[in-house]
Design a binder for this molecule. Structure first.
Ligand SMILES: O=P(O)(O)OC[C@H]1O[C@H](O)[C@H](O)[C@@H](O)[C@@H]1O
Length: 280
C-alpha cells in the first residue's frame, strides 16, 4: 500500500481513529467512523470550509453532526421500513483506509466501509470513498453494482459548510423548483435572491454543477457531479435547541449544501456510479 508522507493517524478520547492530512495545500481530518471528513482548511486563506458542531458526539454511538456525513444507500427516511436509520447506515459504520498517496494536486485517500449489505439492503454493491485534499477538497462516493440484477440507490454527500453569519448568506447558482420539506413537501420556485432567514429544508430537483455560498468574508464555491438534487438545510433556532448534538445557536454559523441522489438511481449489473462534490 502506498502511503502519503503527509498523513498521520491518531485516536480521539473515545478511541475513534482520525486521519490527519497536513500537506503544502491544506490540512484536513477524516474519522474512520463513517468515512467522515471532519475538517478542511486550505492554506491559501486559512479559512475552515466545514462546520463541526461544538456538541458533536464523537464516540461512535451516533452520526457525527458536522463535516461531511455519507448518506447511502438511501437519503432521508427509508422509503418503506420505519425502523431503518435515516440517511442509511454507512455514516455509522467503521471504514478502512485502503490507500493514500501524494500527487501534484494534493493527497489522495481511498476508503471503504467494513460492509455494505444490511437487512434493508441486501444487494452486493461495493462502495469506495475517494478524497483529495488539495487547494480544494474533492470527495467522491463510488458505488458499483456487483449483483446480477439492477439495483436502486439513493445517496448524499451531506456537507456542512462553515459560514460566518447565516444572516449574510446568499446562495448563487440554483434555479428551478424545489421540494419544501418544511411545508408538506410543496413544490416551490427557487428565489432569485436566495438568503436564509428561517428553517430551511429544500430538495432542489436539479443537476446544477456549480453553486456558491457568499458572505461578506468569503465566497465558497461548490461543484457537484453524479447528483440529481442539491439539498439546502438549516434547522434554525428551535430545531437547533431540540438537537442534543447541536448548540442552541449552532444554526447561525452553518449551512448544509448537499450533493444528493434523492430520486432513485438504477445501476445495472456491473455498473459504477460516482457522486462527487468539490469544495473550493
Ligand atoms: O439529523 P440528520 O439525520 O443528520 O438529518 C439532518 C437533515 O438532513 C437533510 O438535510 C434532510 O433534508 C433533513 O430533513 C434532515 O433534518
Amino acid at each position: 500500500m502506498h502511503r502519503s508522507n503527509y498523513l498521520t493517524v491518531t485516536s480521539n478520547d473515545h478511541g475513534l481513529d482520525i486521519l490527519h492530512i497536513d500537506n503544502p495545500y491544506a490540512s484536513a481530518s477524516i474519522a474512520l467512523f463513517g468515512g467522515h471528513v471532519l475538517t478542511f482548511t486550505p492554506k491559501h486563506d486559512g479559512r475552515p470550509r466545514l462546520w463541526m458542531s461544538e456538541q458533536a458526539i464523537l464516540d461512535g454511538s451516533k452520526p457525527i453532526r458536522g463535516g461531511i456525513p455519507i448518506c447511502w444507500p438511501w437519503f432521508g427516511p427509508h422509503p418503506s421500513e420505519t425502523g431503518a436509520p435515516q440517511h442509511g447506515y454507512l455514516r455509522t459504520l467503521q471504514w478502512q483506509l485502503i490507500q493514500s498517496s501524494d500527487t501534484q494536486t494534493g493527497t489522495e485517500l481511498l476508503l471503504e466501509p467494513s460492509y455494505t449489505q444490511a437487512s434493508w439492503f441486501t444487494s452486493p454493491c461495493s462502495v469506495k470513498l475517494k478524497v483529495l485534499v488539495g487547494c480544494y477538497l474533492e470527495v467522491s462516493l463510488i458505488t458499483r453494482n456487483g449483483s446480477q440484477n439492477p439495483v436502486q440507490i439513493g445517496a448524499a454527500l451531506h456537507s456542512y459548510l462553515h459560514v460566518d453569519d447565516i444572516h449574510q448568506v446568499q446562495i448563487d447558482g440554483l434555479t428551478g423548483v424545489f421540494i419544501d420539506k418544511t411545508a408538506d413537501a410543496n413544490i416551490a420556485q427557487t428565489p432569485e435572491s436566495y438568503g436564509i432567514d428561517a428553517e430551511t429544508d429544500r430538495v432542489h430537483l436539479c443537476r446544477i454543477n456549480d453553486v456558491s455560498v457568499r458572505t461578506h468574508q468569503l465566497t465558497q464555491r461548490l461543484t457537484q457531479q453524479g447528483h440529481d438534487s442539491v439539498v439546502i438545510w438549516n434547522p434554525w433556532r428551535e430545531k437547533s435547541q431540540s438537537m442534543q448534538d447541536m448548540a442552541d445557536d449552532g444554526y447561525l454559523t452553518m449551512l448544509c449544501v448537499e450533493a444528493a441522489v434523492t430520486q432513485g438511481l438504477t445501476l445495472e449489473p456491473g455498473e459504477q456510479h460516482s457522486l462527487t462534490q468539490s469544495i473550493y
